[in-house]
Design a protein around this ligand. Structure first.
Ligand code: PEP
Ligand code: MN
Length: 346
């Protein structure tokens, strides 16, 4: 059971609630978020259900949640969450997003060219990494702040909200200055210090599933962010490790309807990192729509063989435009709308 305190509760009211809960024979866990204070009340199911918790002064509402993730759970928030991302783009509750762009920001002109092409093709969110989590220390690590500036400029010029990865708690303030959406990558899904830090911002967070993370691990990581005051968490399925090497990862599509039953948070699927193969990305993107995803994430480059990161999995702009049209046409069959402004690509 969760007790949600009134936003303007006093310390005396909180103390009183804690005393009353103990008097009723229950234990409690206190969670002070930036916005709300919550008490997780632990005790016997039936007794909890019949306890007059709601009548205590300072209590706004009482919810029954048995899972370890509370604030991320569907029980805590019945309706699908809907977030504003900037430039009038929304995710959740029937609004779909299409995130596209290169793996890494490589320079102003190349990003602008790709951004214009994906916008024309039907994307409504621009991606690009300035801090890249590379397996090899000798690979291109990203342009850092210079890359963030370019991303901001190009996002504004093409009127799209932008998303970029933040790898370290010490980078959060800097990345937050330039981006609309903070991305926590698969390798950092359980970097709890990072989760707490992005939880203190008010920017939507694209939380990518770790490559060996269970559904519960993912939702517990979302819980970290929400418990620190930021409820704008977007989950992202980007494939998990498997024994098969014909694809980069195993695209766990059943995760989408599975998590939809468990959580109110919007879900994006990323067939680019999940498959690592341009020939599989279009069909898997459409499968993502059919599975109920609220967004699709696709890496695009105008010259994949010259890309400084993830070139082999990048779609060309014309390939992207084709799948974007199919996504847009398919979405209404699943009660979704991809609101974009595609232009014919030359
Ligand atoms: C990326 O989005 O470029 C990326 C590194 O993704 P992931 O964390 O899913 O590997
Ligand atoms: Mn990538």
């Amino acid at each position: 059971m969760i007790i949600v305190l009134k936003p303007n509760h006093t310390e005396a009211q909180l103390e009183h609630i804690c005393e009353k809960v103990e008097e009723m024979g229950f234990r409690y866990e206190l969670s002070r978020g930036v916005q709300r204070t919550l008490l997780g009340v632990i005790g016997e199911e039936d007794e909890l259900r019949n306890a007059p918790l709601k009548a205590i002064a300072g209590v706004e509402s009482v919810m029954s949640v048995l899972k370890p993730y509370k604030l991320a759970s569907r029980e805590f928030h019945e309706e699908d969450s809907v977030f504003e991302l900037g430039h009038g783009v929304k995710i959740g509750g029937g609004s779909m997003i299409l995130i596209a762009g290169p793996c890494a920001i490589e320079g102003h002109d190349v990003l602008l060219e790709i951004a214009q092409a994906v916008k024309a093709g039907g994307a409504n969110v621009l991606r690009g990494g300035a801090f890249k989590p590379r397996t090899s220390p000798y690979s291109f690590q990203g342009l850092g702040e210079e890359g963030l500036k370019i991303l901001r400029e190009v996002g504004d010029a093409t009127e799209m909200p932008v998303v970029t990865e933040v790898m370290d708690p010490r980078q959060v303030e800097l990345v937050d200055k330039y981006t609309d959406i903070l991305q926590v990558g698969a390798r950092n899904m359980q970097n709890f210090n990072l989760l707490m830090e992005v939880g203190k911002t008010d920017k939507p967070v694209l939380l990518k599933r770790g490559m060996s993370a269970t559904i519960q691990d993912l939702l517990m990581s979302a819980e970290y962010i929400i418990a620190h005051g930021n409820k704008n968490v977007i989950l992202c399925e980007r494939g998990i490790r498997s024994f098969d090497s014909s694809t980069r990862n195993l695209f766990d599509l059943s995760m989408v309807p599975n998590v939809k039953g468990l959580s109110h948070l919007p879900i994006v699927v990323d067939p680019s990192h999940a498959t690592g193969r341009p020939d599989l990305i279009p069909s898997m993107a459409l499968a993502g729509v059919a599975a109920g995803a609220d967004g699709i994430h696709i890496e695009v480059h105008n010259c994949p063989e010259k890309a400084m990161s993830d070139g082999p999995q990048a779609l060309l702009p014309n390939q992207f435009a084709e799948v974007a049209k199919q996504i847009r046409d398919l979405a209404p069959f699943f009660n979704k709308e991809l609101a974009t402004n595609p232009q014919p690509v030359a």
